[in-house]
Design a protein around this ligand. Structure first.
Ligand code: PLP
Length: 386
């Protein structure tokens, strides 16, 4: 099996596993317990907190551990909605956000929120003027992701941030796919809130963290009550091993940033070059800045579902987001970019990772080229296309 679904999740790096193991077997005390073993666990968590803060250039207090980005997104959207009721109920987001944002926005709408969903152009980018005119005096949050999980398209966050600052609208950016893959050097100056997840960067599943800028912490209403952990912002026993693993994964991504991403981008470009030789193929988001490892491609006259089924025991890829794989609708991201349902249905998303090799990429190109040919073989429309 060739694994090219690294946007859905990544394998846990062996050194991350090694770092976590003692915290399952030996150093298992509850970090909130008031005895020497509990204090040691608390110390280890604070060390991880410190690692994240220094690698990312933020404050320890601005970090809240979560079970991953879905929880992180729920915490921020619902928390801001609850905390800012006296200012307003309006949130601006875009049509190509992850379902965790869109579904939470739908839920908020049923609880009195007013949501503006911005369109994107054919390159997957929002329009800054549209953003500016959507913001009003009732706007309590603008939620625009940094990098899209299906296409890898990177939004112009610096310009978005300028618009938000001009109108005093706090900015939340889902940067789950971006951490470890693109530089976040100025990111934390630009945003007020952000969320991340360890399993997208060779860390364990079920852990992530939120960034909440210091000035927004007081008065912020967390929505998981109980135990008072994490300064009452998110109750529940600290998941010590996973938090240790998360910090190690972020540290590794930081130390190896250039090496990992140069390799990943070279492999993605090799894949892109090989697959785009297939007649009637379209790279989605080709003209926009994109994540180094993501390739989203549609094939005319091919049923993406059948194509995926034919590849399912040989190559691990997705047609869109793994989180929406139960859906029978075409990708909301691709249709928002103006693709027809047919072309959106025929798309495949590749996520190249640091563990992939040139040999795997070449084998994948060969397999996909052959399967696309087979899918079209008995398609009368393909035969008559000219
Ligand atoms: N946001 C984006 C952009 C993602 O890619 C994902 C993962 O698919 C999520 C949010 C949800 O992350 P998690 O699996 O940690 O809940």
């Amino acid at each position: 099996m060739i694994y090219l679904d690294n946007n859905a999740t990544t394998p846990c790096d062996p050194s991350v596993v090694k770092e976590m193991l003692p915290f399952f077997e030996n150093d298992y005390a509850n970090a909130s317990s008031n005895h020497a073993l509990g204090w040691m666990a608390k110390d280890s968590i604070e060390k991880s907190d410190g690692t994240l803060a220094s690698v990312l250039g933020i404050l320890q207090d601005e970090i809240i551990f979560t079970s991953g980005a879905t929880e992180g997104i729920n915490m921020i959207l619902k928390g801001v909605f609850e905390s800012k009721k006296e200012k307003g109920n309006h949130i601006v987001t875009s049509k190509t956000e992850h379902k965790a944002v869109l579904d939470t926005c739908k839920w908020l709408e049923s609880h009195g929120a007013s949501i503006t969903y911005l369109d994107v152009d054919e390159n997957g980018l929002i329009d800054l003027e549209e953003l500016e005119s959507a913001i009003n005096t009732e706007t309590i949050l603008v939620a625009i992701m940094l990098a899209n999980n299906e296409t890898g398209i990177i939004q112009p966050l610096e310009a978005i941030s300028q618009v938000c600052k001009k109108h005093n609208a706090p900015l939340f950016s889902d940067a789950t796919q971006a951490l470890g893959k693109i530089s976040l050097e100025h990111f934390f100056e630009q945003v007020d809130y952000a969320c991340f997840s360890a399993h997208k960067l060779y860390g364990p599943k079920g852990v992530g963290f939120n960034y909440i800028k210091k000035e927004h912490l007081s008065g912020f209403k967390g929505f998981i009550q109980g135990g008072g952990q994490q300064r009452k912002l998110r109750g529940g026993t600290y998941n010590t091993p996973l938090i240790i693993g998360l910090a190690k994964a972020v540290e590794l991504a930081h130390e190896n940033f250039t090496a990992y991403n140069t390799k990943i981008q070279d492999l993605r470009n090799r894949l892109e070059k090989g697959i785009s030789k297939i007649e009637g193929s379209h790279i989605n988001g080709k003209l926009s800045p994109r994540l180094p490892g993501t390739l989203n491609i549609s094939f005319e006259f091919v049923d993406g579902e059948q194509l995926l089924t034919s590849l399912a025991t040989k190559i691990a890829v997705s047609n869109g987001s793994a989180c929406t794989s139960a859906s029978v609708d075409p990708s909301h991201v691709l249709t928002a970019m103006g693709l027809s349902s047919n072309l959106a249905f025929s798309s495949i998303r590749f996520g190249v990772g640091k563990q992939n090799t040139e040999k795997e990429i070449d084998a994948a190109i060969e397999l996909i080229t052959e399967q696309v040919r087979l899918q079209r073989e008995n398609n009368i429309l393909w035969a008559r296309r000219k």
